[in-house]
Design a protein around this ligand. Sequence first.
Ligand SMILES: NC(=O)c1ccc[n+]([C@@H]2O[C@H](COP(=O)([O-])OP(=O)(O)OC[C@H]3O[C@@H](n4cnc5c(N)ncnc54)[C@H](O)[C@@H]3O)[C@@H](O)[C@H]2O)c1
Length: 269
Amino acid sequence: MSNRFSLEGKTVVLTGAGGFFGRYFTKAFLDEGAKVILIDISMEGMESFLKEYGNRYQLFFVDLYDRKEAQECYDQIIFANKVNVLVNNAFDFGKKTGFNTQDGKLGNATYEQLLASFESGAYWAIQATQTVGFAMKKHGSGSIINISSMYAISVPPPNLYEGTDRFNPPGYSMAKAGLLQFTKYAASFLSPEVRVNAISPGAIPNLEKKAHNSISENDPVLQKLSKKILLQRMGHPRDLTGGLIYLASDASSYVTGQNIVIDGGFTIT
Ligand SMILES: NC(=O)c1ccc[n+]([C@@H]2O[C@H](COP(=O)([O-])OP(=O)(O)OC[C@H]3O[C@@H](n4cnc5c(N)ncnc54)[C@H](O)[C@@H]3O)[C@@H](O)[C@H]2O)c1
């Protein structure tokens, strides 16, 4: 029987490839047989695990805020490759978008923070779609997967961050909700050749390593969040890879304009 989930012979472009999810996504795509083109501003320590996969990967170090640099990267990629899958996964979780800072809160959030949230949470996906998505349409097939968030559908309760330095700003929900609507818009205009779908992950904390988004298992934010999760545990990036491979592969050949929510039931209560 043929494996409809196989990505053998397919080329995947993945943004935010050096991040927490990006590393698991890269590995999942490589394990399914794909060639992966990785884009990120930083991909520290990735070469060691990528070495196992021979020459089935290529790295592009790009600051996606630099629209010219990003455009040159996408143009170079589509010139040299027939891309089958595009995953828009990068997001800037820094102070620029108002994360984990008092001045990111609703009463204080600046125009610049909201604009950066839009750029990072929606425009980066739009720019990649305009280039790579249209190249796929020209080639006659392709799948685009936009990584949105549970906070595109629900919102953080105000007491979640009380007594901590953490904060999830209004621009994040705004941009990720916009990304879901853009997913449907692009699905309409790129059809029938290209399918465009989204994944909305739930609470998937980085408990692994000292990174900008690392958090301790005992952090009060996680304790409060976990009470709302029907499956009674935090998510892991591996919880997303089944949906990711499904949307990337021929197994989802009749699915477009959809959003798969992978959140342990967080958003239905
Ligand atoms: N972790 C979660 O709980 C969670 C939940 C819902 C949605 N998401 C979404 O999943 C995606 C991945 O999140 P993550 O937890 O892996 O975060 P992460 O910060 O570990 O990964 C994001 C990646 O984007 C890259 N990036 C940031 N600014 C960039 C720039 N200017 N140019 C190029 N690359 C840049 C970072 O370097 C990083 O590697 C994001 O879109 C996020 O919104 C995450």
